[in-house]
Design a protein around this ligand. Structure first.
Ligand SMILES: C[S@@+](CC[C@H](N)C(=O)[O-])C[C@H]1O[C@@H](n2cnc3c(N)ncnc32)[C@H](O)[C@@H]1O
Length: 252
C-alpha cells in the first residue's frame, strides 16, 4: 500500500485484517456487527447501532464498577457469544481475565488474531459453548449472555441445550448479565404473556440457580425492537422484586 506521496506505508497485522474485512465484509450490510475497541478497526462500519452498543456498555460498566471496582485485576469474566469481542476486550482493558466462546467462522479467527497481536489475557474458544467444556468447570465473578440465548436455543428448537448451558453458568458464576427480548428479531423466543419482563424473570427463576434479578435497562440495537438487560445473582441487594410485586398488585 502507498500513501499520496507514493511512499510505502507499512501496515501492522491488525491493520491488514481490518483492510481485509473492508474488502470482504462479514455482515450483509456493514463490515462487522459491533465495534472492536482498538484503533486499527476504528473506521469499520457496524450493522448494529454504535450509539446503542455504547449505551449498553455504559450500563454494564456501571454495574461492574459498583460490584468489583473500576480495576478488575484478579476478576474472572466469561463472555458467551463474544462476536467481534467488544465486551470481551472492553473487560480485558479493565484488567479482568476473560474467557470467551464465539463459533462464527470469521469472528472466531478475528478474535484469536487480536488476542495474539495485543498479547491479551483472554482465553477464546472458537466453538459453541458446551456444559462439558473445561472453561465451565471454572468459577467466574461475572458472565455475559448478551443477545445470544435466542441463537443458542435456535428460536426454541434447541431450547434444552440453551437451558442446560444457562443452568450450568448459574452454578459457576456469581453474577450473570443477561440480555433478551421476546417475539421479535431473527431466531427469537416466543411468549404469550402480555408482560414480557415478567415472563423473562419467570424463565430465569425457573431455569437458573439465581434468586435475585434487577433490570439494568432496555437496549435498542435495532430500530424496531428493544431487549431487557438483567443482572442475575444471589445477592439480595440487587433486586427489583418489590417493584414487580407492586405492579402485580395494581388493579387497572
Ligand atoms: C447477536 S450476536 C451478539 C454478540 C454480543 N454478545 C453482543 O451482545 O454484541 C450473537 C453471537 O452469539 C454467537 N453464538 C451463536 N450461538 C452460540 C453458541 N451456541 N455458543 C456461543 N456463541 C454463540 C454468534 O456467532 C454471534 O456472534
Amino acid at each position: 500500500m502507498a500513501n499520496y506521496k507514493g511512499n510505502d506505508i507499512k501496515m501492522n497485522k491488525l491493520e491488514k485484517l481490518a483492510a481485509e474485512i473492508k474488502s470482504n465484509p462479514i455482515e450483509a450490510k456493514a463490515h462487522i456487527y459491533h465495534p472492536i475497541p482498538f484503533k486499527e478497526f476504528a473506521d469499520l462500519t457496524l450493522s448494529s447501532s454504535e450509539k446503542a452498543v455504547r449505551n449498553k456498555w455504559s450500563k454494564i460498566e456501571e454495574i461492574a464498577n459498583e460490584l468489583f471496582g473500576a480495576d478488575m485485576k484478579g476478576k474472572k469474566v466469561l463472555d458467551i457469544g463474544a462476536n467481534a469481542g467488544f465486551y470481551t476486550f472492553s473487560f480485558s482493558k479493565k484488567g479482568a481475565q476473560v474467557s470467551a466462546f464465539e463459533p462464527h467462522p470469521r469472528y472466531k479467527d478475528l478474535g484469536l488474531e487480536i488476542i495474539k497481536e495485543k498479547k491479551l489475557d483472554v482465553r477464546w474458544e472458537n466453538k459453541p459453548v458446551q456444559v462439558s467444556h473445561p472453561y465451565l468447570k471454572d468459577r467466574y465473578d461475572l458472565t455475559l449472555m448478551l443477545s445470544v440465548y435466542q441463537w443458542m436455543a435456535e428460536g426454541g428448537k434447541e431450547i434444552e441445550y440453551a437451558e442446560s448451558c444457562i443452568k450450568k453458568i448459574s452454578e459457576q458464576s456469581d453474577y450473570l448479565i443477561f440480555e433478551l427480548g421476546f417475539n421479535k428479531g431473527k431466531s427469537h423466543l416466543k411468549t404469550n404473556s402480555r408482560n414480557h419482563y415478567r415472563a423473562l424473570i419467570e424463565m430465569l427463576t425457573e431455569k437458573t440457580d439465581y434468586t435475585h434479578f434487577k433490570l439494568l435497562g432496555k437496549t435498542r440495537l435495532w430500530r424496531t425492537y428493544s431487549r431487557y438487560l438483567v443482572l442475575c445473582s444471589k445477592n439480595p441487594n440487587y433486586t427489583d422484586e418489590g417493584i414487580r410485586k407492586m405492579i402485580r398488585n395494581l388493579k387497572f
